[in-house]
Design a protein around this ligand. Structure first.
Ligand SMILES: CC(C)(COP(=O)(O)OP(=O)(O)OC[C@H]1O[C@@H](n2cnc3c(N)ncnc32)[C@H](O)[C@@H]1OP(=O)(O)O)[C@@H](O)C(=O)NCCC(=O)NCCS
Length: 283
């Protein structure tokens, strides 16, 4: 029997180099905060930004798995369970030197097996999409990352959250799964969390910009008002609704890239009220 969070060494190609050191043998184990510098180095290898605070937060609210070739981290993923129903997959990265050997698939399969939930979701880059399709995920929409400084004054429709329990229950009703354990950490991690009559919005700092999410609202007008209340300087919000996207583009926040929202199993909840995810890593 294997210890939790590890699996057997996986052998591929040449097992031993000229000095007798095993190469091409990867071992999978859980990641800790001590692995964050290695995660950042791997991310840089794929031209991903150095999102240290985000990695640390995700490793607190979820479980990370790393593939190691000797001492070197060559692959990662993080899975965050929301109760017994839903899990979000994120940070799927494989070093270019180790690509196309099945390591990405192995990581995601391991993480999904660890979570054991009937529903799993993720946002997929074009690199990851074929891999996820083979694992039973299907695309249910496209979300674009909109970047810039919003040129709209604050609406004043929202106030800082006081009743956290009410917000967490509304989040569960909209998202379709109980994310209360994650919210316990997110209230501290977020820069601010504000509530409006029919929704709420939050922001968090990532490297050189403010990330806006989640945005939960009963209407497009309320979503725009909430975004204007939490935007502050260079910001990013990930939106799928065409009308919201057009408004962001018109007001100083054009789109830079698109990703697919993918799900395995069935989404539930009132997801039409989720105008932007908390972050792609958490849905
Ligand atoms: C997406 C990513 C994680 C895939 O990792 P990977 O380890 O190369 O993935 P796999 O090897 O499991 O599968 C990738 C391809 O290799 C093929 N493959 C798997 N084992 C193979 C082998 N032994 N020999 C040849 N090809 C193989 C797969 O069939 C697949 O082919 P396809 O994409 O043409 O259909 C990696 O490309 C990456 O880090 N990209 C940048 C970051 C990113 O976009 N991450 C996804 C975020 S959603």
């Amino acid at each position: 029997m294997l210890a939790a969070g590890t699996d057997s060494p996986h052998r591929s190609k040449k097992p031993v180099d000229g000095t007798g050191v095993l190469v091409g043998v990867t071992v999978l184990r859980t990641l800790t905060s001590a692995d964050v510098p290695a995660c950042l180095a791997l991310a840089a290898d794929r031209d991903w930004p150095p999102e240290e605070a985000k990695w640390r937060f995700l490793l607190r609210v979820g479980t990370g798995f790393g593939l190691f070739d000797g001492p070197r981290l060559v692959g990662t993923t993080i899975i965050t369970r929301f109760g017994d129903e839903h899990a979000a997959v994120s940070m799927v990265l494989v070093a270019p030197s180790h690509g196309r050997r099945g390591l990405g698939r192995r990581l995601v399969e391991h993480a999904l097996g660890h979570a054991g939930t009937p529903v799993a979701s993720l946002f997929a880059t074009p690199f990851g999409k074929p891999l996820y399709e083979r694992l039973g995920f299907r695309s249910v929409g496209v979300v674009a990352g909109h970047f810039g400084t919003l040129d709209v004054p604050r609406s004043g429709v929202s106030v800082p959250v006081e009743d956290r329990d009410h917000l967490v229950k509304l989040d569960a009703a909209v998202f379709g799964a109980d994310r209360s354990a994650m919210w316990e950490s997110y209230f501290d991690f977020a820069r601010e969390v504000r509530v409006s009559p029919d929704g709420f919005a939050a922001s968090w700092r990532n490297t050189d910009r403010l990330m806006l999410g989640p945005i939960v609202a009963g209407s497009l007008a309320e979503a725009k008002a909430l975004i204007s209340d939490v935007a502050d300087g260079p910001s990013r919000v990930d939106a799928g609704d065409p009308a919201l996207r057009a408004w962001l583009t018109e007001h100083g926040m054009p789109a830079r890239f698109e990703v697919d929202l993918m799900v395995r199993g069935e989404f539930s909840g009132a997801r039409e009220r989720l105008w932007a995810p908390l972050m792609q890593a958490l849905g």
